[in-house]
Design a protein. Structure first.
Length: 493
């Protein structure tokens, strides 16, 4: 296979197979960036060692991470996508007990410690053990559209009782973003004075140029049969002359969680991808739940395939992977397609199937996309996908049995659903799940992509001879077109 370099896009590579066919590898996330010559070059998510810090520059965003967690300006993120040129600095500072929502009463719990980070290039993670003292770590995960920062509480005994039942635990970060507006997703602008909160993410606006994005934040525990995921609030406040971003960790969640517990926010340079999970956890009868038009939660940091019953509630997670396949010529005939994904973790295993969806957007997953899997008349596009066929941290290729769903002008939209319970309409009595990698957490090694092979478009070198179109030229003086190497010195190709 030989790559056709001039067919690169931010997410796609095309290969000539040498047999009249071509193969498109369409990734969910960006695999190319524009270099200094404005040419598409291969993304490299590796952090290079620069002594006191690590740095990544071969991407549409740049990232500098100091090795010492106590360093000033620990995380420096620069957006360079499509003309953007703005830098955001995050400095993890402390964990505090906060009297939400007015923050009139804050008490210090833990401050950042001078501990050294350890970088794992395989999964793109920098980990600071004991970042906030005993039992509370911090991780930075490098993604194809941005980075995730997580506070990790290893055990419940790493916490203490809050000052009052009304206080919640807040993770505080000093923020710098010169010249940037902070907006809610509905366009409301922060005045850098009042308390400003949302559980639906934020935007950083470089006026007239570009934006960066803070994804909706979640907290998740490590339960196997009883895994919990919940969206959390992030707020902004000006305090003592500095701008602060903080996330609030729900007290009830921390009390009932299986540890370790992770709480994240993700900063991206692009509007995003539409992969992730639409997830419901309700008391509604399961057969009714299957037909609901929307979900309670959208989770993009991981994809939980689940159909379960636990703690008097039914859980259902559908996993979405929309992929831009517009790089396929309109005249091509698709002969095969395979979705390639990897499993991150599991609680036993689930058999599943791939189905076609009518997801509204290829770049954003919404709660309303839950209902785009028409469970009463879905189009199944794969054979049964055995749960036992998954291996942790290993890419798995899922053949599409219906290649007509491959969209040559836009996004091919697919979802994993549980075969026995969701597709089969059987009420579950246990709690099992599979977590798959997404664009957000796939790092350099586990980026999901769709591989499509198709017949190459016909040659366009000779359009006609004496008014006869190329398609109608069968022979020249009895020599078949396939054997014709040249006509008056003009190459057949």
């Amino acid at each position: 296979m030989q790559e056709i370099v001039n067919k690169r896009t931010y997410t796609q590579k095309v290969y000539d197979n040498g047999d009249g066919t071509q193969t498109l590898k369409a990734h969910v996330g960006h695999i190319h960036y524009k270099d200094e010559q404005d040419q598409f070059a291969d993304v490299d998510l590796t952090l290079e060692d620069k002594g006191a810090y690590w740095e990544m520059r071969k991407h549409n965003y740049r990232l500098r991470v100091h090795k010492d967690f106590g360093a000033n300006q620990l995380i420096q993120y620069t957006n360079r996508y499509k003309g953007a040129n703005h830098t955001i600095v995050y400095e993890p500072h402390s964990l505090r007990w906060v009297n939400n929502p007015d923050l009139s009463d804050m008490q210090m719990f833990r401050t950042q410690q001078s501990v050294q980070g350890v970088y794992n290039a395989q999964n793109g993670v920098v980990r600071y053990e004991g970042a906030f003292g005993f039992g509370i770590d911090f991780e930075i995960t490098i993604g194809s559209r941005g980075f995730k920062k997580e506070v990790i509480i290893q055990a419940k005994n790493a916490l203490e009782l809050p000052p009052t039942p009304q206080h919640k635990l807040g993770a505080f970060f000093r923020f710098q973003g010169d010249g940037l507006n902070v907006l809610k997703r509905n366009g409301e602008k922060w005045n850098e004075q009042d308390f400003f909160e949302s559980d639906n993410g934020f935007e950083f606006e470089e006026v007239g140029v570009a934006k960066s994005f803070v994804r909706p934040a979640v907290i998740e525990d490590s339960g196997v049969d009883q895994k919990q995921v919940e969206r959390i609030k992030v707020f902004w406040r000006k305090h003592n002359g500095s701008l602060w971003q903080a996330k609030v960790l729900p007290k009830q969640f921390l009390q009932n969680a299986t540890y370790p517990v992770r709480a994240d926010t993700t900063t991206d340079y692009d509007s995003g991808t539409g992969d992730g999970t639409c997830y419901n956890n309700v008391s509604t009868p399961f057969l009714t739940l299957r037909e609901q038009s929307s979900s309670d939660v959208v989770y993009t940091g991981g994809t939980y395939l689940q159909a379960a019953y636990w703690s008097s509630k039914y859980r259902l997670g559908r996993v979405f992977y929309p992929v831009d396949t517009s790089g396929i010529p309109d005249t091509a005939t698709v002969t095969s397609a395979n979705l390639n994904v990897a499993m991150k973790a599991n609680s036993n295993y689930r058999d599943s199937i791939l189905v076609e969806t009518t997801q509204a957007s290829g770049t954003a997953l919404a709660t309303s996309d839950f209902g785009t899997v028409n469970i009463t008349s879905y189009n199944q596009i794969s054979a049964s996908i055995s749960g036992s066929g998954w291996t942790t941290d290993t890419m798995r290729s899922i053949p599409l049995t219906d290649v007509s769903v491959v969209n040559k002008t836009g996004y091919t939209k697919m979802a994993f659903i549980d075969e026995d319970y969701d597709a089969g309409g059987v009420t579950p009595s246990d709690n099992k799940w599979i977590e798959l990698y997404t664009d957000a957490n796939g790092g350099a090694s586990y980026q999901p992509y769709l591989e499509v092979t198709y017949t190459a478009a016909a040659s366009s070198s000779i359009k006609s001879i004496n008014g006869v179109t190329q398609a109608n030229i069968k022979s020249v003086k009895g020599v078949t077109n396939a054997n014709t190497k040249s006509i008056l010195g003009v190459s057949n190709v």
